[in-house]
Design a protein around this ligand. Structure first.
Ligand SMILES: [Zn+2]
Length: 247
């Protein structure tokens, strides 16, 4: 480490930064894809939830229908028994009373039949809705399946590129002093993926502020790590090939 000049190390650091930016960008893309997967998954789950609720509502209505049908049957039987009893009764008053009871049961059953018709209608409506939702869910599931496969392959592609970038990063990083890397990493994280910036035309390329002449001299000498007074990024200066020859 000692033999390499700080200026060269900082230039290598700028190369490292390019790799780190690529890793950051790829990881960002992966996060977006994972987020999309999550959203789709939630949509499908919520559709399934709707289906579960409708299925429960349908079962509830079926129970209501069975209950009403049972009452209707029981009351029908009662009316029949009463009619049979009429044959054995001779007293006119008793007969009239019995007839009233039978009429009442008939009226009650007629109301019950009306209710039952409405229950049947509701069951039909729920079943139609359920069928539509199930078809939607099937379509979503199929579309989702395809999309998921597509996304998974994209994600594994990214993972591979990131793994390769990390290998490259390790090689590059081995040429730079650990202390310099730690310092760089801290700034990289805090300054949105830009920690080492060139000074061009006396201007910091990180924040576009003018560099004071004194600092500019320091940067050219490059005996220590120089930070931009305005954005605190590591500054470096890359002499052009022409300038290198002259030096
Ligand atoms: Zn700056």
């Amino acid at each position: 480490m000692g033999e390499m000049k700080l200026r060269e190390q900082i230039e290598i650091l700028a190369t490292l930064q390019n790799v780190d930016r690529e890793i950051k960008e790829k990881n960002g893309t992966k996060q977006v894809l994972l987020g999309e997967l999550q959203v789709k998954d939630k949509e499908l789950q919520s559709k399934k939830q709707e289906i579960a609720l409708l299925t429960a509502a349908c079962a509830e209505k079926e129970r209501e229908r069975q209950g009403k049908e049972r009452v209707l049957q029981d009351e029908g039987k009662k009316a029949m028994d009463k009619r049979m009893r009429m044959n054995r009764i001779k007293n006119i008053k008793e007969l009239q009373a019995l007839q009233r009871e039978i009429d009442q049961i008939r009226q009650g059953n007629s109301d019950l039949e009306e209710e039952l018709i409405r229950v049947f209608e509701e069951i039909d409506r729920i079943k139609a809705e359920l069928k539509a939702k199930e078809e939607e869910a099937t379509m979503m599931q199929e579309e989702w399946q395809q999309r998921q496969e597509d996304m998974q392959s994209k994600i594994s592609g990214i993972d591979q590129l990131v793994a390769e970038a990390y290998t490259l990063r390790k090689t590059i990083a081995s040429q730079i002093a650990g202390e310099l890397i730690s310092r760089y990493e801290l700034i990289f994280a805090r300054r949105g993926g830009s920690a080492v910036v060139e000074v061009a035309g006396g201007i910091c390329q990180g924040c576009y502020m003018n560099i004071p002449p004194q600092l500019w001299n320091e940067i050219i000498k490059s005996e220590k790590v120089n930070l931009c007074p305005s954005c605190q990024r590591i500054l470096y200066y890359k002499p052009s090939a022409q300038q290198e020859k002259e030096a």
